[in-house]
Design a binder for this molecule. Sequence first.
Ligand code: ADP
Ligand code: MG
Length: 243
Amino acid sequence: MKTIVNIQKLNKSYGDFQVLHGIDLSIAEGEVVCVIGPSGSGKSTLIRCINHLESFSGESRIEVDGIKVERGRNLAQVRAEVGMVFQSFNLFPHLSVLKNIMIAPMRVRGTPPEEAARKAKELLARVGITEQADKYPEQLSGGQQQRVAIARALAMEPRVLLFDEPTSALDPEMVGEVLDVMRKLAGTGVTMIVVTHEMGFARQVADRVIFMDGGRIVEAGTPAEIFDNPREERTRSFLRAVL
Ligand code: ADP
Ligand code: MG
């Protein structure tokens, strides 16, 4: 199976504080990986390193679809291949829903406006909010905004989609609609790395679950291995606290 993300010996420090300790992780095409773990364990930092939203130390190596992630010429190429969905939606407030989705393909890939609009409408249908195309982000519910953010990320046809707690900022009644969209995406072969506290989603949708603590991958395995039969005491105590 083709490797889309390859992380080797990833070390990351903020000043004197080492956040990530020699992370090795390889993600195959079409794989859905859920990253779980306590707050402060380095989950966000790990996925933010993949598109170099965070720099990392020199001996570490990350490749996306064979392209080395580093400051400089490669970076625009890497970022075009990596979609990111944040906890806080981060839509452009002054652009309509449709324009939010059109803008990156037009600016980065040079897609003509008509084609970008046609594709944006298809993506809105895919996330189930066709009727919101001409509204502005502030006119949408949190769940709808997050679905727009997912459509916007997909518009670049990324090789991998990164999600950082995509439902953590949502009112409880909107969590389900966003998880439904993500579940559907997972079923269509999109490669996804999802940092989440939604253990039900991880159990049901992930091909592999990674448990992080203290900037290390403590344990990784299938949902059944991690949730039903964790090997490490740290994994067990975390799951006891959250399940
Ligand atoms: P998680 O997403 O698992 O909650 P993070 O990756 O956000 O964890 O953070 C890991 C650790 O790095 C935490 O101890 C956090 O306080 C620290 N950290 C995160 N961002 C910064 C920053 N910009 N400067 C200094 N420390 C940071
Ligand atoms: Mg985080």
